[in-house]
Design a protein around this ligand. Structure first.
Ligand SMILES: [Zn+2]
Length: 257
């Protein structure tokens, strides 16, 4: 081999080596959260506060991953650092029992101010106003009301959490149908008992004999999301009031919040 060809080959090899190195590390390294971000989580996210020191680290890493993968955009509103963390926490909480999993069916979360919704969705059902998972042209997108998102975390005792609600819909949707049976999470043998439990509890809600949000009686998909809001926001109370549902949902989500 002539000298220029040798030099060229070496340069090419060095370039390929650098490219490989760059790819490997860029894709793997997640930026750790800042002290301010950790303090925000501690102050605003009950679920995080209850975790062990080791699990907190894992939670923070999942938050970082999510924030690197998914864009969070304000529509006629300014998105704060805390808002970004609350969106990420809503995403991380339902999947916390599945280390390394992420949302493959999401690119962007839009945060709307309330006024925007009133202008454009006056006749929509209440739930459509505070959050929705996009379909059609809005596929791979989620819309959340910014004030509803903030309230979800500042008032966990209300057992409503719009962020968790919509991320559960997204997990439910991952198998192709939003039907209350998140097949990506739920082991096959639990499907029939889970359906039976949902139908039983939906009947209790309709008979006004349940403290689960009546919106959960709309259909199985809404039941799953609404029950999960309660399960993750007030796990102690949920376990006392609904021990069987709690046990089943601990199996579905592989965690005991
Ligand atoms: Zn819903």
């Amino acid at each position: 081999m002539s000298t220029p060809a040798l030099i060229l080959t070496l340069l090419l090899l060095a370039f390929l080596f650098w490219l490989g190195w760059y790819w490997f590390f860029r894709r793997r390294r997640v930026r750790p959260l800042t002290k301010e971000q950790e303090a925000l989580l501690e102050r605003q996210v009950d679920f995080y506060r209850r975790l062990s020191a080791e699990d907190k680290k894992r939670f923070e890493q999942s938050i970082s991953h999510f924030l690197e993968d998914v864009a969070i955009t304000g529509v006629e509103t300014e998105v704060t650092a805390a808002d970004r963390l609350l969106v990420a926490a809503s995403a991380v909480i339902p999947l916390f029992g599945f280390p390394g999993w992420s949302y493959r069916n999401l690119n962007e979360v839009l945060l709307y101010p309330d006024t925007f919704d009133e202008e454009y969705q006056v006749k929509a059902a209440q739930r459509n106003i505070i959050g929705m998972v996009g379909s059609g042209a809005m596929n791979r997108m989620m819309i959340l009301s910014q004030p509803a998102l903030r309230e979800s975390f500042s008032h966990p005792e209300r057992r409503h959490n719009v962020g968790i609600h919509e991320f559960i819909h997204l997990l439910d949707k991952a198998d192709g149908s939003t039907d209350g049976i998140p097949e990506v999470l739920i082991p096959h043998e639990y499907v029939v008992p889970w359906l039976r439990m949902m139908h039983h509890e939906i009947k209790e809600i309709k008979d006004d004999d349940s403290d689960i949000n009546p919106y959960g009686a709309t259909n199985e998909a809404e039941f799953l999301s609404v029950a999960a809001e309660y399960f993750f926001s007030q796990p102690g109370k949920f376990e006392r009031k609904h021990p069987e549902l709690y046990e089943m949902m601990s199996k579905i989500f592989r965690q005991e919040p």
